[in-house]
Ligand binder design. Sequence first.
Ligand SMILES: NC(=O)c1ccc[n+]([C@@H]2O[C@H](COP(=O)([O-])OP(=O)(O)OC[C@H]3O[C@@H](n4cnc5c(N)ncnc54)[C@H](OP(=O)(O)O)[C@@H]3O)[C@@H](O)[C@H]2O)c1
Length: 188
Amino acid sequence: MQIRARLSMSADGYVTTPSGWPALTADPAFVPGQSHGIREFLADCEAALMGRTTFQPALTNSRWPWPDLDVFVLGSHRPEGTPDHVTTDDDPARLLEKVRAANRGGDVHLVGGPRTIATFHALGALDRLELVVLPLLFGGGSRLTPALSPDTGLTFLSQRALPGGAVEIVYSCAGRRGDLPGRPAEQV
Ligand SMILES: NC(=O)c1ccc[n+]([C@@H]2O[C@H](COP(=O)([O-])OP(=O)(O)OC[C@H]3O[C@@H](n4cnc5c(N)ncnc54)[C@H](OP(=O)(O)O)[C@@H]3O)[C@@H](O)[C@H]2O)c1
């Protein structure tokens, strides 16, 4: 099981639009559940893990965003209307245990947002950071940092161009920046 954060971001580095929606939703090429390589990504995943802020809008969506995945939500309360099959917990370590206990060998899509990605990274549980960089400039919005520490070590694994002009970049997350072998902090 790998825990894989996958985030869309604008070419100027914002993971939300200026009004707070996930960056992907601003791309004219966005088709929910279909575009930007999500089907290939989800083929390896059996669970979705996210923070309550990211989860809550799904409760009023016309389409349930995670039809084939076990869903785990980190938050201080269980939002009203949360389906019975969704697991919630207010303790990240305990929720991580539940994710691991339920796992049948597939990967976990860590949906976000930045605070929840930082939380699981602090627990040593973030295996990959996968970015989908969109051909858009926002000029404002939220960034992944500083919620996720700028000291997070990233090691390049792969990249591919996606239809519509976005680029997917996959990093493994191991250690702090200065810990990377052969790469002193001042050079990275
Ligand atoms: N670009 C993308 O691909 C993408 C993907 C997902 C989300 N987003 C965007 O990200 C934004 C939300 O991100 P966010 O970082 O503000 O929120 P978030 O990570 O989605 O959720 C934050 C909530 O998770 C719970 N939480 C997080 N860390 C915790 C910890 N250590 N202990 C206990 N509970 C913890 C808390 O819930 P309680 O408040 O209930 O305690 C906290 O308020 C949204 O604007 C969304 O559109 C973008």
